[in-house]
Write a protein that binds this ligand. Sequence first.
Ligand code: GUN
Length: 295
Amino acid sequence: MELIDGNAVASELLEELSKKVASFQNHKPCVAFVRVGEDAASVSYVRKKEKTASKVGIESRLLIFPETITEDQLLKEISYLNQDSDVHGILVQAPLPPHMDDHKIFNHVLPEKDVDGFNATNLGLLCQENQDAFASCTPAGILELLKRTEVDITGKHVVVLGRSLIVGKPVGLLLLQKGQPGNATVTYCHSRTPDLANHTRQADILIAAIGRPLFVGRSMVKQGAIVLDVGINRIPDNTRKSGFRLVGDVNFEEVAPLTSFITPVPGGVGPMTVAMLMRNTVKAYEKSLQAGMTP
Ligand code: GUN
């Protein structure tokens, strides 16, 4: 078993990006973070994204709105950011409050500023295998981890556990793409799939993104499989000052000995999500320069 060190790969990537950003004259790339409400995990994720942006030399703005903001008000705020030529990327942190239509909000972000890759245009472009579009950050991070681990995906059977718009659906599409990294055979399964273990045991590469702590156990994994754990779940832990600890969707202790490669939680896929967001922001900035939008 070999550990895939997401922190190390993300650091490498961020270093490459820092050098690139340092070479930009005058304006620097700028990303706006939009957070609605005080969900503890969202507060912590956005803080991490802000810190990383600052390390790389990317400017950021943080807009915090109360849980009670109406959908129309939030759409208006996004319009301001869409129109602001100093802002190159916009990220609306999920989850949004239940009174909002997530898709409507994500679709309102201009496709060329959609560094999260959540809007319908970028998802459509992903289906068309357009390399110029913004791919969502966690799926793109997973591909980058596989690439830098020198895993040949061609012909491999990938089983994606989970069907979210943020991870499950797009990661399957990326791995299915013609060319490398891609060319995988992809099976999607989810909480309503009967006899899940029967599917997951077929996986050469298993991507766990079902959002249930420690869900994937020994009986669900084939000997020698590559396991990528996307889950970040808080479970109560009285021995910690915070009162909780983070675990993935995979029962690491049980599963790791079976695998050829596995990502830990934390320190696996998570840091890659943030690194890919920075990469997308730099890409958005470069595209705006090409389009003559940034002075
Ligand atoms: N919530 C959980 N993951 C993500 C992400 O990658 N982007 C956004 N915007 N919200 C999230």
